[in-house]
Design a protein around this ligand. Structure first.
Ligand SMILES: Cc1cc2nc3c(=O)[nH]c(=O)nc-3n(C[C@H](O)[C@H](O)[C@H](O)COP(=O)(O)OP(=O)(O)OC[C@H]3O[C@@H](n4cnc5c(N)ncnc54)[C@H](O)[C@@H]3O)c2cc1C
Length: 413
């Protein structure tokens, strides 16, 4: 027997997951006039409760432009460090290879570095005030069943059941939605972890984001407000695990020994967090009544800080796709309506993930070849064409068909 007879579904759209991608998508869709329910496994984000996860994100200008359309950049600015220059070098091979001063082609900084908790609390604040947006916190999905005109969703609180035209999984890389929909998530593990910590620097960082490619993996110093910096130290799992067992003093000693002059004098200002690194891409980003966005659809090596940026690009493309479908009278949960999203985002994601893979492999090459890699980088750093291409990739403005939100415009039809 059908659970729901021919009534209207309870919601037009249900989003599972209230991370930066889920919240951004909910805001974008509600701005288009849709009614959305966000189901969040956690309670509302409260930084004072200590949900700091150590990460700071480098947000590409195109994604920042989308957040400007949402009206949240003013609230974020006090916490956002503009990136004025990016430097990357291969260890033992100087001088510096890339050095993007403020971009010649596009006004403004190369991006912004913001700590996760500032992003999440600002998005929560905005989402709470967004018309058409309802939250169900401390709740998880426990079952999904698609029907011809709706998806039936079971929740784990007292076995509530709801229905919706479309379910969007923004529930991170272990996505329940993706797994339950039977969508493959192919890729590989890097056998490495990224250790993240915040330090205070003695010398002014001057808005320079820096990366050095060490034997164990890349080591990044991302400038934060107040002369703080977020470190991302990639090491093989066994080394990373042993670094995590050290007390702060010994950890600082190891850090000085490994990266010495590159980092300069510093004081550790936060706890340490270690993240296993993986590359995975979903076989499809949408199927009947279901779509995926953010880490639920893809997870990549963080060496260029593009994971969340890819997710925010999904937000812009998916909101525009759904809005257009509704505008021309299509059923927003149908395969026909969602197909353009898959075409729009999957190739870009694969290119970015493979690019990160190639870089990672290049710097794991034997020492003799790494010298060659360093030489190649230094040539690239001097080539105007290569610099322009890499700068546009980092800014999130590459590609011919940019979603309207990434161009800084509200979606219009
Ligand atoms: C070390 C490191 C550094 C990084 N640095 C950068 C960077 O500089 N720039 C950048 O762009 N990216 C960076 N990334 C990538 C970035 O962290 C992710 O791409 C980003 O967090 C993805 O956001 P999301 O909202 O898709 O997923 P998540 O942030 O994982 O959020 C998923 C949400 O879903 C919730 N959830 C999970 N399961 C369920 C469920 N069953 N039901 C309901 N809710 C659920 C979770 O609680 C969470 O709130 C980095 C990653 C790592 C590991």
């Amino acid at each position: 027997m059908e659970l729901y007879p021919q009534t209207k579904p309870d919601y037009e759209i249900v989003i599972s997951g209230a991370g930066p991608v889920g919240l951004s998508l909910a805001i974008a869709l509600c701005d288009l006039g849709f009614e959305c329910l966000v189901v969040s496994k956690d309670g509302d984000f409260e930084p004072q409760k200590g949900n700091f996860d150590g990460r700071a994100y480098s947000i590409a200008p195109a994604c920042w432009a989308m957040w400007r359309v949402f009206g949240i950049c003013e609230a974020l600015e006090p916490f956002a460090q503009p990136i004025l220059k990016v430097e990357a070098e291969a260890a033992n091979f100087s001088p510096i290879c890339f050095d993007f001063e403020e971009d010649e082609e596009i006004d403004g900084p190369l991006g912004y570095i913001v700590e996760t908790h500032a992003i999440l609390s600002t998005l929560w604040e905005k989402a709470r005030k967004t018309a058409g947006l309802t939250f169900k916190s401390n709740t998880k999905l426990s079952g999904i069943k698609t029907q011809s005109d709706r998806v039936l969703i079971s929740l784990n609180d007292d076995d509530t059941k709801i229905s919706s035209k479309l379910l969007i999984g923004c529930d991170g890389r272990e996505s329940f939605v993706r797994k339950t929909a039977g969508i493959e998530f192919a890729g590989h593990d890097y056998e490495a972890k990224g250790i993240v910590a915040t330090v205070e620097l003695t010398k002014p960082h001057e808005g320079v984001a820096r990366q050095v490619f060490l034997k164990g993996g890349p080591f990044a110093v991302l400038p934060l407000k107040n002369n703080l910096a977020s470190l991302v130290w990639t090491e093989r799992i066994v080394v990373a695990d042993s670094l995590m067992t050290l007390n702060d003093l010994d950890f600082e000693l190891e850090l000085r020994e490994k990266v010495g002059d590159f980092l300069g004098e510093f004081t550790l200002k936060s706890g340490r967090f270690a993240y296993p690194l993986k590359m995975r891409i979903a076989d499809t980003f949408s199927t009947d009544r279901i779509a995926l966005a953010g880490d639920a659809a893809h997870t990549i090596h963080p060496l260029a800080g593009q994971g969340l940026n890819l997710g925010l690009k999904d937000v812009a493309a998916l909101a525009e796709t759904i809005g257009k479908a509704a505008h021309v009278g299509l059923d927003i949960g149908s395969t026909l309506a969602l197909e353009p999203y898959d075409e729009w985002r999957r190739a870009d994601t694969i290119n970015m993930a493979l690019g990160m893979d190639v870089l990672d492999k290049m710097f794991k090459a034997p020492p003799a070849l790494r010298g060659l890699v360093g030489f190649g980088m230094s040539l690239m750093g001097k080539s105007e064409l290569a610099r322009s291409f890499l700068s546009r990739e980092a800014k999130g403005v590459s590609g011919r068909n940019m979603p309207q939100l990434l161009q800084g415009h509200p979606i219009q039809f």
